[in-house]
Design a protein around this ligand. Structure first.
Ligand SMILES: [Zn+2]
Length: 245
C-alpha cells in the first residue's frame, strides 16, 4: 500500500501544511484518512477528489473533517457530472456535527454521502481494525493491513496501554504529537513527540511518522524527542511525503 501525506498540521492549518489528511492507496482503491481544514486543496495534487472511494473520519474535530464541506460541492456540482455517493466512516454519535455544518439533517445528505460507523472488518482491499482512543470526543485509531503489511494511524489520542498492543508490529506507525513535551498538558487529549516515540518502541513499529504537530510548536523538537524515545526510527510527516508500505 502507499501512504501519501496530504496534510499534517495539528489543530489548525499552518503556512506550509493543511490539517490532517492521509491518502492510502492499494490495488487502485483510494482511502482517505481524515479531511481536515485546508486539505481539499493539496489533495488535488495526488488524487481527483471525485475518485476517492472511501473517507474515514477518525473524529469530528474541524482539523480532521471540515473539508468534507467543499468536498461535497466538488462531488455534487462538478461540470463533468456528479460523483458516486461517497462512503464515509464516522462516529455516529458525532454525526450531527456534519449535518449541522450543511444546515441539513444527516439523512438529507444521503445523495452525497453514505455513513457507517467505525468497525473492524474491511474497507476495499484493506483489512481494518479500529480502536477507540483517549480524546475529548469519540475518536478511533485505525489499523490497515494489505498483503501482509500494516499501517496504524493513531488519530488524536492521549497515551494508553492498549494502543501499543493495537499498533504491535506495524510497518508504519503514523502517530500524532499534538502536544509539546516538558510542559503541563491536559490528560487524555494528545501525545507528545516523546510519547509517540515510546509508543513506536513498545509496539515494535518499523517506522514512526510523527504528525499533527501544531504550527505554533517546534516540529524539529518533536521529531528529536520521538527519535530518542523510539531508538531512531522516527521521521516527520511532510505534505507530499510518500511511503510505500
Ligand atoms: Zn486534531
Amino acid at each position: 500500500m502507499r501512504l501519501t501525506v496530504v496534510g499534517c498540521a495539528g489543530s489548525h492549518p499552518g503556512p506550509d501544511a493543511a490539517c490532517s489528511a492521509y491518502l492510502v492507496e492499494h490495488d487502485g482503491f483510494r482511502l482517505l484518512l481524515d479531511l481536515g481544514n485546508g486539505s481539499l486543496g493539496p489533495l488535488q495534487r495526488y488524487a481527483d477528489p471525485r475518485a476517492i472511494d472511501t473517507l474515514y473520519l477518525s473524529h469530528l474535530h474541524g482539523d480532521h473533517w471540515l473539508d468534507l464541506i467543499p468536498l461535497a460541492h466538488v462531488r455534487s456540482h462538478h461540470p463533468d457530472g456528479a460523483a458516486p455517493v461517497l462512503p464515509v466512516v464516522a462516529p455516529v454519535a458525532e454525526r450531527g456535527r456534519i449535518a449541522g455544518a450543511f444546515g441539513r439533517s444527516a439523512s438529507d445528505l444521503g445523495g452525497v454521502f453514505s455513513f457507517s460507523d467505525p468497525a473492524d472488518g474491511a474497507i476495499g482491499p484493506f483489512d481494518v481494525a479500529v480502536l477507540r482512543t483517549k480524546h475529548s470526543v469519540e475518536t478511533h485509531a485505525i489499523r490497515l493491513t494489505a498483503q501482509g503489511k500494516s499501517l496504524v494511524y493513531t488519530a488524536d489520542t492521549g497515551p494508553f496501554d492498549e494502543l501499543s498492543h493495537f499498533a504491535q508490529g506495524a510497518d508504519v506507525l503514523l502517530a500524532e504529537a499534538g502536544f509539546p513535551d516538558g510542559v503541563p498538558n491536559p490528560p487524555a487529549i494528545h501525545l507528545t513527540g516523546r510519547e509517540a516515540g515510546e509508543l513506536a518502541r513498545a509496539a515494535g513499529a518499523g517506522l514512526l511518522v510523527v504528525t499533527h504537530v501544531a504550527p505554533w510548536d517546534d516540529d524539529q523538537r518533536a521529531l528529536e524527542e520521538a527519535s530518542i524515545a523510539s531508538a531512531g526510527i522516527a521521521t516527520l510527516a511532510r505534505p507530499g511525503a510518500v511511503y510505500d508500505i
